[in-house]
Write a protein that binds this ligand. Structure first.
Ligand code: KG4
Ligand code: ZN
Length: 322
């Protein structure tokens, strides 16, 4: 298959954000029901391209089982109906391919993966093998934005709300949150302590029946975003010292954060490292990145059996190849 002849023919995203926003996070039962409603609608849009389809790629791991299952079931049905191979794709590898939607993957490189479910620094070797250099021991970067947004009365997902509120802060020194694990040599992330610092500030603001004002929320958002990004950068700088990558890819829904992007740009400039970012539209979960990862497996005839492909809600990417 000639990669240069490939183009994104059709791409659509049906968001569940408005429905989950009311609850301040993803409600599994609701996600499952909404997926089941959305999939036939998506299929309708793809029908005109059926003749072009050479394989069906689908996310099979990791993720919420109630979200993975409807997708895998539908993918199996289409693969059988069109008599084309089925390809199970790892969601995280899919995110890495959001960097290479239109070109060949480049490695070796470092990858910072920041999403709602994961916060990882990965090393991609010259043969494309993945190793995990840093992981989070509790909440992920994106999840901490979601939880803080909920405390401040914003909607879900919280990332964009916090980022926008932070820009409205008029008193940037009002709240100072400690950067997690700053004096700890471990290459590990942790966001639950930072989230608790925010919780305590919210509680003290609410004392005596008071409510959190728009300005309070803006000042807290600023201080939280500053500390959360500083935590990402602190561990990443230590890894840079060891790895000296010539290329860093940053992927996942939270890689849309402009504060983080700015700091990553500065870091890469300082180390003479090429910074690879996905277009904003393809940072958050999307089908294009899964299809793109599927193409690499298609080229290797790495297909899955319709009868046996199963979902795997939890899995490790250590040692996998992209
Ligand atoms: O990759 P993604 O779409 O879904 C998962 O695989 O989890 O990432 C969604 C996450 C959410 O937690 C959301 O709040 C976060 O990405 N996010 C952001 C921003 N935009 C989205 N976090 C921080 N700043 C943003 N601008
Ligand atoms: Zn994702």
């Amino acid at each position: 298959m000639d990669i240069n002849s490939l183009e994104l023919k059709y791409h659509r995203k049906i968001s569940q954000e408005a429905e989950h926003s009311f609850y301040g996070g993803v409600v599994p039962e609701l996600a499952s029901r909404l997926h089941t409603q959305a999939l036939p609608a998506l299929l309708e849009g793809v029908k005109p391209y059926f003749d072009l389809i050479k394989a069906i790629a689908v996310t099979s791991t990791p993720g919420l089982s109630v979200s993975l299952l409807p997708g895998v079931s539908m993918a199996k049905s289409i693969a059988l109906a069109l008599n084309v191979p089925l390809i199970g794709v790892n969601h995280l590898i899919g995110h890495i391919y959001s960097l290479f939607l239109h070109d060949e993957p480049k490695f070796p490189m470092g990858v910072l993966l920041v999403s709602g479910g994961h916060t990882m620094v990965l090393d991609v070797s010259s043969s494309g093998e993945l190793s995990v250099l840093a992981n989070t021991s509790d909440d992920s970067f994106g999840e901490s934005f979601d939880k803080v947004a909920k405390m401040l009365g914003f909607g879900y997902p919280g990332g964009a709300f916090i980022q926008n509120a932070a820009l409205k802060s008029k008193n940037k020194d009002r709240f100072k949150f400690t950067i997690p694990l700053l004096h700890d040599k471990r290459l590990e992330y942790s966001f639950s302590g930072l989230k608790n610092q925010v919780r305590l500030s919210c509680q003290s603001l609410k004392e005596g029946d008071k409510t959190i004002s728009e300005q309070d929320a803006a000042d807290i958002s600023y201080a939280f975003e500053t500390a959360a990004c500083a935590h990402i950068m602190d561990k990443l700088k230590r890894i840079f010292e060891q790895k000296r990558w010539s290329r860093l890819g940053v992927v996942g829904g939270a890689s849309a954060n402009l504060n983080l992007r700015g700091q990553l740009n500065d870091l890469c400039d300082r180390y003479g490292c090429e910074l690879l970012l996905a277009p904003l539209e393809f940072c958050s979960d999307n089908a294009a990145m899964i299809a793109r990862a599927g193409i690499e497996k298609f080229k290797k005839c790495d297909f899955d059996d319709v009868a046996t492909l199963d979902i795997k809600p939890r899995s490790s990417i250590e040692g996998l190849f992209i």
